[in-house]
Design a protein around this ligand. Structure first.
Ligand SMILES: [Zn+2]
Length: 171
């Protein structure tokens, strides 16, 4: 939930006043994409969450791939669209940096491939999501966690939306 709101915030902050549903959906998908690293886990025989897909290096790679794909489908402004999608991708990494992490390694592999070190904010703004079982997944802790994410991120999304409207009116 937090990641979808982060993607929405990034889209609103970087799209430049235009409404673009395809780009919005691509931005939301980009904001969720880093967590696909958990799919590597079953193959590697261990948990693979918050690894190299949560890095600035991978975000740069993502920008390149997005740019090439956007050129392929002949979008009018592939450079700008790739930047919007990369902003959404980066918002995921920032939110994970700010979230509580209860299982080692703590944080995200921010500087991969330059460094394998994990980074995390000394102050956790968001709490973790409990997985484990369905009861935990839909338990009170997670509802509180998601409620807090919405509470913190909604004003940001609202502000960015309002600024975008203002800008559109001025143009
Ligand atoms: Zn993540």
């Amino acid at each position: 939930m937090g990641h979808a709101l982060g993607g929405l915030a990034a889209y609103l902050a970087t799209r430049g006043g235009r409404k673009d549903w395809a780009l919005l959906i691509a931005s939301l998908a980009s904001a969720l994409l880093p967590d696909l690293d958990f799919l590597i886990g079953p193959f590697a025989g261990r948990s693979y969450h918050h690894y190299f897909t949560h890095s600035l290096g991978f975000a740069a790679l993502f920008f390149g791939v997005a740019y090439v794909l956007l050129c392929r489908i002949q979008r009018a402004a592939p450079w700008r669209d790739a930047w919007v999608m990369t902003g959404a991708y980066l918002s995921h990494i920032i939110l994970d940096l700010l979230a509580k992490d209860t299982s080692p390694p703590f944080g995200v592999q921010l500087l991969w491939p330059l460094s394998d070190a994990f980074f995390i904010s000394p102050v956790a703004v968001f709490t973790d999501i409990w997985r484990g079982s369905l009861a935990l997944l839909f338990g009170l802790h997670n509802w509180t966690a998601v409620g807090w994410e919405v509470l913190v991120l909604s004003p940001l999304v609202g502000l960015l939306w309002w600024l975008g409207r203002l800008r559109a009116q001025l143009e």
